[in-house]
Design a protein around this ligand. Structure first.
Ligand code: G3P
Length: 221
């Protein structure tokens, strides 16, 4: 698998409305110009608009594990598939799920032919989740999220231990995230065995998001 950059646009002001769509377009442009696969996860209400304008994979930030029917306010896997999303983040630190629901969500994604990117916080959790064979795992120590201090520098053992733990039971590619800000952070993550990175604020809140993403992509070998 090629190393990937996954961009979680969260609910920042900078990723809301037309600004969010502009970030999605930048993600696509940089993916095309650098050859680095980029996944983008905009806010739910902008998913359809993003999918209609992009050819790179668009993921939801969260999907509810409910059946189609009377579930007011929920977003179903069927709905995200119907508009052309390729997958979803599952269990992000800011949207935790009980363990059984992570497994349910991964299973549902498989049934729907969609990809699942499960977020975890450490090696043990990642190993347990990998048994369900999600498409990707992203390990992110919550205390470094949004800090600008990269997991690959501050806690490199979390990345390498997670890669080893997951490799011992499955072939699920492991991304890492939290505080990834520079090309060096990306390069180190990959040297530690990660198959790519999941990041948010460094791109979304950058003064020049295009330059920032080009810089981050230059860290991919
Ligand atoms: O999903 C990505 C994330 O939680 C990391 O956020 O802002 O530290 O890149 P950030």
């Amino acid at each position: 698998m090629k190393h990937v950059i996954a961009l979680n646009l969260k609910t920042y002001e900078e990723s809301t409305g037309e600004k969010g769509i502009a970030l999605c377009r930048i993600a696509e442009d940089v993916s095309k110009s650098t050859g680095v696969p980029v996944i983008v996860a905009p806010q739910t209400v902008f998913l359809a608009q993003a999918v209609s304008k992009l050819s790179i994979p668009v993921f939801a930030q969260h999907v509810d594990t409910v059946k189609q029917g009377a579930n007011t306010g929920c977003t179903t896997w069927e709905a995200v598939k119907s508009i052309g999303c390729k997958g979803s983040l599952i269990n992000h630190s800011e949207h935790r799920l009980p363990f059984f629901q992570i497994f349910e969500a991964v299973e549902k994604a498989k049934q729907m032919g969609l990809q699942s990117l499960v977020c975890t916080t450490n090696a043990m959790e990642s190993k347990a989740v990998s048994v369900s064979s999600p498409s990707l795992i992203a390990v992110e120590p919550p205390e470094l999220i949004g800090s600008g201090i990269s997991v690959s520098t501050a806690k490199p053992e979390i990345v390498s231990n997670t890669v080893k733990a997951v490799e011992s039971v499955s072939r699920v590619p492991v991304l890492c995230g939290a505080g990834i800000t520079t090309a060096i952070d990306v390069k180190k993550s990959i040297e530690l065995g990660a198959s790519g990175v999941l990041l948010a604020s460094a791109f979304t809140k950058a003064k020049n998001p295009k330059e920032k993403l080009e810089e981050l992509a230059s860290g991919v070998p």
